[in-house]
Structure formats: C-alpha cells, structure tokens
Design a protein around this ligand. Structure first.
Ligand code: OSB
Ligand code: MG
Length: 369
C-alpha cells in the first residue's frame, strides 16, 4: 500500500449534552484519530473509539494510545501491507485492545479504498444505498426530560428509540414511556447492569413489546444470557459480550441472543466485522450497527459497514448534530426522516477537516517510514 507516514492524534471534543448510561456520564469526548498516508499524498482515517475511563469495556483512551504507539504502529511500519486484511495477522500476537487495532485498521481500509478509487461500502461488499437509523437516549433524572427527548426524536423521524436503563430507572420509566408512546419501535440498553437475580425486573420489561433488550447481564457473560433468553420473549441483543467472530459463534450456538449489535471498534476492525456479518447472515441473526459517540470519522465507517445486507435493523449512527456543534467532516452526517444515504465517493466518502481536527487536538505523534 506504499505507506509513508502514520499520524496519531488525541482529541478532546465537547458534546452538546452529557450522555448518561448505567456505567456513568460522559460529555468531554476524549478519543483518537489515526491518519495513514501513502507516497502519493493520499490519507486514510480511522477513529479510536475507547472512552477516557474503562467503564464500558476495559479499554480506555490512554491505553489505546500506548498500544498504538508502542506496538501496533511500529509493527505495521515494519512490513509491506498489500491489503488491510493483512493486519489481522500482524496484530494477532497482541491480545485484546480491539479499539486500538480497529483505529489503525480502519485508516488502512479508508486509504486502500481511496487507492482503488472505490467507496469503502463497496469494498466491504455493501449493497444498500440507504440505511435506517435510530437514536440512543441517555438516562435522565427527570422523566419529563426523557419524554421530551423522545417526542423530539420521533418527530425527526428516527426509526427506533433506544433508552438507557439501570436498576431503579427501568420498569417504571418504560411503563411511562409506553403510556405516552404506545406504538413506537422501542428498545432498552442496560449496559450489563443486571444479573439473573433481577429476573423479576427483566420479566416485567418483557411485557412492553420492546424490539429487544440490549446487554442486560455482565459484559463477560454469554451463558447467563442464554438462560435469560429462555425465560423471556423479548429478543436479547448482545453488545459488550461480543469481541470477535469466535464470541459471536459461541453466543449463537448457546442461544444467548437473537440479535447482535456490531461495533467495529469493539471487534477489532472492519475485517472482523465482515466475518461476523457473514456468520450472522448464515445463522439468521440480524445485526445493527452500534455507536460509541463517534466523531464524523467513526460515523462514516459505521455507515459503510451498515450498508451490508444483514444489517436489517436501524442502528445508532444518528446525525452529526446529535452530539456535535460542528463535526470534523464535510459534509456532516445528516439523517433525513431517519434514513442515511451511503456515500459512493472513494474511501469513507467524507472530507476530514484538518483545521477542525487540529483545533481539538491535545496530543499528536508522527511516525515516518
Ligand atoms: O452501549 O451502545 C452502547 C455510547 C457509549 C458507549 C456505549 C454505548 C453508547 C450508546 C450511544 O448507546 C451510541 C451512539 O449514539 O453513538
Ligand atoms: Mg449498548
């Protein structure tokens, strides 16, 4: 691929509103960008989606930086990469750190697609030209606030509403939401806040005709989720529990879920995402693309993967304006009536605004061949 240079950026970008889940509140998004340059001056971009603190998963931004700086970028620089798929082999000896691996691999995929003058979507085998999106709404202190948020997002046309829940902010909240919005496509995400001891609560949630309940049990569990799925009608969707093709294969074999939320960063990149997509398609397990409060770079990658055929449910890739006053890409991502058009320009298909990137950059390091 004729790589000449890799640049690692750490950015801090303030979101318009704080976002609260069962594991905490985030407003200052602290994340990484990777820029891979070739000898002809083309750039590919990837986003490191870890959070500042290891609350969603064990990865966090500083750790991703060190992983990329000390191991992943030097390894990638050492060899001739002819296709982004090669990186799976390069990275394999290094355990875990999927989000760090995905940031570099994503930049390579963008660059590779640009070199081939094809869209990232088409390079991955994407077939859809339009994708449906939903929106993920954080926990609010006050139910009126949540109801107002839902009203606004339904009016904007989002194709399903996901609300975050945690113990004490669950059955009563969903009952109230259902009272005001009896028919909207609605789902909940617990971010692993429950155990099987909470079966009564989970069974109560089963009565609100939810599209699915996302990651109710522990992040490292697939067995208890299988037990739970036998007890409730609502499909269980796994997020945190799925880090790889192997995890997906085992979860499907055990009956731990009926749906998977795929996040490119959580599974180590686009190559692994495509493998999981094909496995789930064969197994009849529908997918949707999750989000990690991404900037436009990560958002563009999400749109590309969501254009594959088995992403049959609305994902979390909402408009740029959902989180940002001004995104770092042009054009911004805009969902119209809950539908995004898949870009057919080369690579991710959006221009990365270098001025905007620099404005939010708090640390930067250049690696030359
Ligand atoms: O569990 O899907 C999740 C955000 C940060 C970490 C984990 C999750 C989320 C979201 C928001 O639900 C998704 C988005 O809008 O980017
Ligand atoms: Mg989730």
């Amino acid at each position: 691929m004729d790589i000449s240079e890799i640049i690692l950026y750490q950015l801090k970008m303030k979101m318009k509103h704080p976002f609260t889940t069962s594991f905490g509140t985030e407003q200052d998004r602290d994340f990484l960008l990777v820029e891979v340059k070739d000898a002809s001056g083309r750039s590919g971009w990837g986003e490191g989606v870890a959070s500042e603190r290891p609350l969603y998963s064990e990865e966090f931004t500083q750790q991703s930086w060190m992983m990329l700086e000390q191991f992943l970028i030097p390894e990638a620089m050492k060899q001739e990469i002819s296709h982004p798929n090669d990186l799976q082999h390069t990275f394999k000896p290094y355990k875990g750190n999927y989000m760090a691996k995905s940031a570099l691999e994503g930049a390579m995929w963008d660059l590779y697609a640009k070199q081939q003058e094809k869209s990232l979507s088409s390079m991955l085998g994407g077939t859809k030209k339009q994708i449906e999106v939903g929106i993920s709404l954080g926990i609010e202190e006050n139910i009126e606030e949540l109801l107002a948020n839902i009203r606004e997002k339904v009016a904007e046309g989002y194709k399903r509403i996901k609300i975050k829940i945690k113990p004490g902010k669950d059955v009563d909240v969903v009952r109230e939401v259902r009272k005001h919005f009896p028919d909207i496509p609605l789902m909940v995400d617990a971010n692993s806040a429950y155990t099987l001891d909470d079966i009564d609560t989970l069974k109560a949630l089963d009565t609100f005709h939810l599209m699915m309940i996302e990651q109710p049990l522990a992040a490292d569990d697939i067995l208890d989720h299988a037990t739970l799925q036998k007890e409730i009608e609502t499909p269980v969707c796994l997020d945190e529990s799925i880090h790889s093709y192997e995890d997906a294969r085992k979860a499907i074999a055990l009956g731990s879920c009926k749906i998977i939320n795929l996040k490119i960063g959580r599974v180590g990149g686009l190559t692994e995402s495509k493998r999981i997509h094909d496995l789930c398609e064969q197994a009849g397990i529908p997918l949707w693309c999750g989000g990690m409060l991404e900037s436009g770079v990560g958002r563009a990658h999400n749109i590309a993967i969501a254009s594959l055929a088995n992403f049959t449910l609305p994902g979390d890739t909402a408009s740029s304006s959902r989180y940002w006053e001004k995104d770092i890409i042009n054009p911004e991502v805009v969902a119209e009536d809950g539908v995004l058009t898949v870009n057919d320009a080369p690579g991710i298909g959006y221009k990365v605004l270098k001025d905007e990137v620099e404005k939010h950059t708090i640390r930067k390091k250049q690696f030359k061949k």
